[in-house]
Design a protein around this ligand. Structure first.
Ligand SMILES: [Zn+2]
Length: 380
């Protein structure tokens, strides 16, 4: 069945290939070569060209003898990594993989790719009684779920999808928040700070008032908000005319997300209102520009759904006590749920992803692989 040594060497091959977002081409080639050797054909879509990358999303369909008789399912992992992810030199000590300390490891999400490739090997070599399995390897997940957004889900037969892209192997990610990303620009009025301060409106001061007045941080158990960057001003002797702020808000509840974004907006509006001064008999005030983009939409998959039960029961067979998990972040699964494909997130054992301390216990990746193999055979 699952070949642990082969899984390990696939994982090591993958983490040694550089694949920052929009530069996934070599990883895609590796996957394609492995699949071609097994008689499968992987097709690449046009996402790469559309987003300025060197490669698109890679899609593969496996038709087992039970195709049409059992529910088709999709497994997905993303091919890109965060920075610093070039020249990864994996080190294994006592069954734990780490980087050499100056890069990430890239287990996020190459552990998922390795597990899926091992699944394919197992299906091709062993018991052939499986149905239809779809595999997707996306690009540019880490820079805003961009590849998944561009993937055409109309070609999918699966209504149930599994994204191998989180930490704990016994967790089934059934929920994630919606998120807004905002940019605010405050336009003040420039003036000499020493000679004519009364002829200026400080954009920095307006920003400070607004930030001080708005709800931020943890708003409630399912809602958070942050102003994450601020820049503006030119010199100490000039009343600043422009400040740009970037922030976000997340909530598992769409109404609360709207309310939070509106509360932030109102704080800016109020501060702008308060900035009004009279210059040469004319009333002038600062001006606000807001850009608000819905980055991804919340989802919640029921625990009595086939999607959840298949993973939970397949785990139980292996002695894994599977549990539902609600995440604080978005993933490709948000995009697929929004497109009508019921999707959950599975763990692979990747720990402390997005840091140079990232590590992976091989045993966890092995269990994640056994889990998806068992899921496929459970569909008989
Ligand atoms: Zn990831």
């Amino acid at each position: 069945m699952v070949n642990a040594e082969r899984l390990k060497s696939t994982f090591l091959d993958l983490v040694r290939i550089d694949s920052h977002s929009r530069e996934e081409g070599e990883v895609a080639r590796y996957i394609q070569n492995r699949l071609t050797a097994l008689g499968l054909e992987a097709t690449m879509d046009e996402a790469g060209a559309k987003i300025g990358g060197n490669c698109g999303n890679l899609f593969v369909r496996l038709q087992g003898p039970l195709a049409g008789k059992v529910e088709p399912i999709l497994f997905c992992s993303h091919m890109d990594t965060v920075v610093p992810g070039k020249g990864v030199k994996p080190v294994e000590v006592d069954g734990v993989f780490r980087s050499s300390g100056d890069t990430i490891l890239g287990a996020d999400d190459k552990s998922g790719i390795a597990a899926i490739l091992e699944l394919v090997q197992v299906l091709k070599e062993n018991d052939k009684s499986y149905g239809e399995i779809e595999l997707l390897f996306t690009v540019a997940e880490e820079i805003g779920l961009v590849g998944a957004r561009h993937f055409d889900t109309a070609q999918l037969k699966s209504r149930h999808a599994y994204f191998l892209d989180s930490e704990f192997v016994t967790s089934i990610g059934v929920g994630a928040p919606s998120a807004y990303r905002m940019t605010y620009r405050i336009h003040g009025l420039e003036a000499h700070a020493g000679m004519a301060p009364e002829r200026g409106i400080s954009a920095i001061r307006v920003a400070a008032q607004a930030i001080n007045a708005m709800p931020l941080g943890r708003i409630d158990f399912e809602t958070t908000a942050n102003i994450g960057s601020i820049e503006g001003g030119a010199a100490t002797n000039i009343i600043p005319k422009l400040v740009t702020l970037r922030g976000e808000a997340r909530s598992h509840n769409p109404q609360k997300l709207e309310a939070q974004a509106e509360a932030m907006r109102r704080a800016f509006d109020q501060a702008v209102e308060n900035s009004a001064v009279t210059i040469d008999g004319e009333r002038v005030q600062a001006r606000l520009e807001e850009e608000r983009n819905l980055e991804y939409q919340a989802f919640r998959v029921a625990e009595n759904s086939l999607t959840y039960r298949l993973a939970a029961e397949a785990g139980a067979d292996l002695g894994l006590k599977m549990e539902p998990e609600i995440s604080g972040g978005g993933s490709d699964a948000n995009i697929f749920n929004a497109k009508g494909i019921e999707s959950v997130v599975l763990g692979t054992g990747m720990m402390e992803p997005h840091t140079v301390k990232e590590f992976l216990r091989f045993e966890d990746m092995l269990n994640a692989t056994r889990l998806i193999v068992n899921m496929v055979y459970r569909l008989r």
